[in-house]
Design a protein around this ligand. Structure first.
Ligand code: ATP
Length: 361
């Protein structure tokens, strides 16, 4: 029987368990065996009981569970060839030559590197006497498929990443709670949400909560006094500002939540508080959408892994216009990197000025 491994890597996201459950059950449905690799690439590098077979009933009830039950880690060893050599050996010893990786762009880049190196890793293992030619013969190609697990919704080429809607739900609940107290005391609240390089989660949060202002890395404001209008005169009892943790000004300097708080206090005369939502955004049960998405994508990942040809590029499972699709992984990663590079580019300020001028016209 073919053996398919599944691992979760990078920052955890609600829905990762749903993805693992779907991979395990679809693999079994397709007459394969499913193996969980615990603690991300760490489990692949260390082997032993960090790689364990999972049966149908082992993943019962996982669909709604938050976090990742098979663990996730940032693994320095896997970034080095020596670590990937150990990972390859552990996989061959377990008879695993197909892997579904659920993680962010870093984890998926690692998966692509691993697949590209695979034949060379196997030859090196034989040359070093760690494996024999007979042992590696059935495993000449490594099939890898990516699933994007990230609360940040920060991958190009897919409308949603597994976890982002659960996180958005959590943020909406928290902002609703803050609304009540803000209303009571006619306060301003600056609410910091996750998103170091990508403002999608903050943008979705601001729209979904009807926030008054939003700060994201991709669209820096002029800190020139636009936050002015007298909100109390307009009968407003609460003012909410959403800030992505990576919010920056046009000179690429971080905009701290405390700076925005000071503006609200001094310029608008609002009694203002700051709330950093932190890791509550990651925790808790997966929302309905993430249960649905992770299941459909997990099923598709197993199909893709079984249908891959040696020449085909590593696919990542995406969703576009409500259709589950396969996209070349490195195209999606490169497009994501291009966007990130743009928002950290030196001429960003000039580009923003140009855009403002066009807007005025
Ligand atoms: P998040 O979006 O939450 O940051 P991520 O998957 O991008 O998730 P990273 O810390 O970038 O998180 O990567 C997770 C792990 O993937 C790393 O600890 C490392 O083991 C592996 N990895 C990342 N980049 C590479 C790479 N270029 N080569 C090999 N392995 C990598």
């Amino acid at each position: 029987k073919r053996r398919i491994g599944v691992l979760t890597s990078g920052g955890d996201a609600p829905g990762m368990n749903g993805a693992v459950r779907a991979v395990v059950r679809m693999a079994i449905h397709c007459d394969c065996e499913a193996y969980a690799v615990f603690e991300g690439y760490e489990g692949l590098v260390n082997g032993g009981n960090m790689i364990r077979q999972l049966h149908w009933e082992d993943v019962r009830g996982w669909l709604s569970r938050g976090g990742t039950l098979i663990g996730s880690a940032r693994c320095m060893a896997f970034r080095e060839r020596a670590g990937r050599l150990r990972a390859a050996k552990n996989m061959i010893l377990r008879g695993i030559d197909a892997l579904v990786v659920c993680g962010g762009d870093g984890s998926l880049t690692g998966a692509d590197v691993f697949r590209a190196e695979w034949p060379g890793l196997l030859s090196d293992l034989v040359a070093a006497g760690e494996l024999t030619q007979e042992q590696i013969a059935p495993y000449t190609v490594l099939n890898i498929v990516g699933l994007v697990g990230s609360i940040d919704n920060d991958m190009s080429g897919t409308d949603a990443t597994i976890g982002c809607y659960s996180s958005l739900t959590r943020i909406c609940d928290a902002v609703d709670d803050v609304f009540d107290t803000a209303f009571s005391h006619q306060r301003g609240f600056v609410i910091e949400v996750m998103g170091r390089h990508c403002g999608w989660l903050a943008l979705m949060s601001a729209i979904s909560t009807g926030a008054d202002w939003l700060f994201i890395p991709e669209n820096p404001p002029r800190m020139d006094g636009r936050m002015r209008c007298n909100r109390k005169e307009r009968g407003k009892r609460r003012t909410i500002v959403i800030v992505a943790e990576g919010a920056q000004d046009r000179h690429l300097n971080k905009i701290a939540s405390s700076t925005i708080k000071d503006i609200l206090t001094e310029r608008l005369g609002l009694d203002t508080r700051t709330t950093v939502l932190g890791h509550t955004q990651r925790g808790g049960a997966a929302c309905a959408y993430d249960r649905w998405l992770s299941t459909l994508q997990g099923v598709e990942a197993v199909r893709a892994v079984l249908e891959m040809s040696p020449q085909s590029p590593v696919p990542v499972i995406t969703i576009r216009e409500n259709k589950i699709m396969r996209t070349p992984l490195m195209d999606a990663v490169q497009a994501t990197k291009d966007v990130t590079a743009k928002i950290h580019a030196k001429d960003f300020d000039a580009a923003m000025n140009e855009r403002d001028a066009e807007f005025k016209e």
